[in-house]
Design a protein around this ligand. Structure first.
Ligand SMILES: C[S@@+](CC[C@H](N)C(=O)[O-])C[C@H]1O[C@@H](n2cnc3c(N)ncnc32)[C@H](O)[C@@H]1O
Length: 194
């Protein structure tokens, strides 16, 4: 498999930290999930390609979370933490206080477990990350707020979508062109928190 595809090369040229930036750009173009002045909470942020894209659309500080370290980006409050750790919620609330943010307008998650090659195991790990992202952020999301999550598609994807869609006016499961065609990742877009 050629990992250095056209998006990899383009990311180098455009000074993005990862090729994943183009997935978020495409989602933003299609679904308008981030508006100027929006507060964005991001999960699975490292190395920061999505964070850079967020900063193109809002001037507010971004709160970014990853289990791995991330090289600093100006105006980004980075929390090194595990999505599956219940303590993470209070760390996010502390970051919101220090950034002067009362509500989150958009939650984005590109988090993914290290794939093992076993579809069921990888799907379940990804499903759990998505569940925890939603549990940690639903009460922080403003009315009208949006959420976008990557999920490694599998048996529980429909169940996940059917449960969480009740909190929103609109939902769509999408696969951006920049997502490798053989990959089972999809992006679940929820818009307009009720
Ligand atoms: C595909 S990468 C994200 C790329 C990033 N969106 C970008 O554009 O640069 C997935 C990230 O999910 C993170 N991740 C995986 N499991 C996690 C967990 N339990 N908690 C927090 N982050 C996690 C990984 O460390 C990795 O950085």
């Amino acid at each position: 498999m050629d990992r250095k595809d056209k998006y990899y090369t383009k990311a180098k040229k455009d000074n993005y930290r990862s090729r994943a930036s183009y997935k978020l750009l495409e989602i933003q173009r299609k679904f308008n999930i981030i508006y100027p002045d929006d507060s964005v909470l991001e999960f699975g942020s490292s190395p920061g390609g999505w964070t850079q894209v967020v900063q193109q659309f809002t001037d507010k500080p971004v709160i970014s979370v990853d289990i791995s370290r991330m090289d600093p980006i100006e105006n980004v409050l980075f929390i090194q933490g595990d999505i599956n750790d219940p303590e993470l919620t209070s760390k996010i609330r502390d970051a919101m206080v220090s950034a002067g943010i009362n509500y989150i307008n958009t939650v984005i998650s590109d988090a993914m477990v290290k794939t093992s090659g076993n579809y069921d195991r990888d799907h379940y790990g990804s499903y759990l990350l998505c569940e925890n992202v939603m549990k940690r952020s639903i009460s922080l999301l403003s009315t009208g707020g949006n959420a976008v999550l990557k999920q490694f598609q599998g048996d529980s994807t429909n169940q996940f979508v059917n449960f969480w869609k009740q909190y929103f006016n609109f939902y769509k499961v999408t696969k951006p062109n920049a997502s490798r065609q053989h990959s089972r990742e999809v992006y679940i877009v929820f818009k307009g928190k009720i």
